[in-house]
Design a protein around this ligand. Structure first.
Ligand code: 13P
Ligand code: SF4
Length: 330
């Protein structure tokens, strides 16, 4: 029975016996309930370590589409839970804190985006996965940072395209493909804040360092990068590259897996312009704690529910993305 207090808070706020080893209890609950824990690279290290699967947005969607579990606990933000629910309508999908939204998804309200789409008829609508289900419902094909380039290029060069909501990712794809997609002017509050000047200073201090940047960063940061890619692509580069110092311009949660995979290498989080805040941490991702994860599994709440009419529309562009990605071996 869902308590009023939980509804008000957006998560289960029951006290937990302090003597419990939460990692052990979480794994026990997963076994008992045939639940699977998926975590994004931006969550706290302790969450990534207890998860069954850690990945970037594309890998998480691909994994959800194939899981045999009865319950999926998505340790990430709300749109990731929605994507899982749309892909697996008969499974219970849980997100440990409903307040874990995404500034990028919120920068693109479905009603305003629909109006923009209606004002530009004959355009193919491509939306980044960081959107609400309602925005996906007015989209032709979804992309992630792992497949955006290839999916855009799968359309003939003269196809008029609307790309939303991330203007930085859209601008980057325009620059590498020579396309002229119409861009929605959304942005991520974490990726927008990296300081070009401070990255240049770090490069002076560590001349051999490689700069890794997520395409959600501003163009001026992306220009400084040795490699631009999704969280999984940046991780792969860091593992394969011979350099021993890396400046990482994306949410700092990814450093956990980088450091774990390459203990002998040095990873420096790119600093934000405002040195007084931890702006390179996504405050939404960090809402997912071990305590909330444990309570979520125990009480099977908060559950993600997607309106059926919206889900029926949003599934098409998500499936289209997965089909194209599979065809391209991504
Ligand atoms: P990827 O993991 O696809 O690179 O996405 C980054 C992101 O911002 C997720 O919110
Ligand atoms: Fe959204 Fe930015 Fe957080 Fe990613 S890092 S979940 S884009 S707010």
């Amino acid at each position: 029975m869902v308590k009023k207090e939980w509804l008000e808070k957006g998560f289960v706020s029951e006290p937990i016996d302090a003597s419990l080893n939460l990692q052990t209890e979480i794994r026990k609950l997963c076994k008992e309930k045939n639940a699977v824990i998926m975590a994004h690279y931006y969550t706290e290290g302790v969450i990534q370590d207890v998860a069954d699967f850690v990945g970037d947005s594309l890998a998480l969607a691909q994994k959800a589409a194939k899981t045999n579990a009865d319950i999926i606990v998505m340790c990430g933000v709300h749109f990731m839970g929605e994507t899982n629910k749309i892909l697996c309508p008969n499974k219970k999908v849980l997100v440990p804190d409903l307040n874990a939204t995404c500034s990028l998804a919120e920068s693109c309200p479905a009603d305003e985006f629909s109006k923009f789409v209606a004002e530009h008829p004959n355009h193919t609508v491509i939306s980044y996965v960081n959107t609400t289900a309602a925005t996906k419902a007015v989209t032709d094909v979804v992309v992630t940072s792992s497949n955006a380039r290839q999916i855009v290029e799968s359309f003939p060069a003269d196809t008029p395209i609307i790309f939303g909501p991330d203007q930085n990712l859209g601008g980057y794809i325009n620059s590498i493909t020579g396309r002229n997609m119409l861009l929605w002017n959304g942005a991520c509050h974490v990726h927008e804040k990296f300081s070009v000047e401070k990255i240049i200073e770090l490069k002076k201090a560590y001349p051999q360092a490689k700069v890794l940047a997520h395409p959600e960063c501003k163009g001026a940061v992306v220009k400084l990068a040795d490699v631009v890619g999704s969280t999984a692509a940046l991780l792969k580069y860091a593992i394969k590259n011979d350099a021993d110092v890396f400046i990482v311009a994306t949410e700092s949660g990814i450093l956990h897996e980088m450091q774990k995979s390459c203990p002998q290498k040095k990873f420096i989080p790119a600093p934000p312009s405002d040195s007084t805040c931890a702006c390179n941490e996504c405050n939404y991702m960090r809402l997912i704690t071990l305590e909330k994860l444990y309570n979520t599994l125990k009480y099977e709440w908060p559950e993600i529910i997607v309106d059926k009419e919206i889900a029926d529309k949003a599934i098409r562009p998500i499936h289209r993305m997965l089909e194209i990605s599979e065809k391209l071996g991504l």
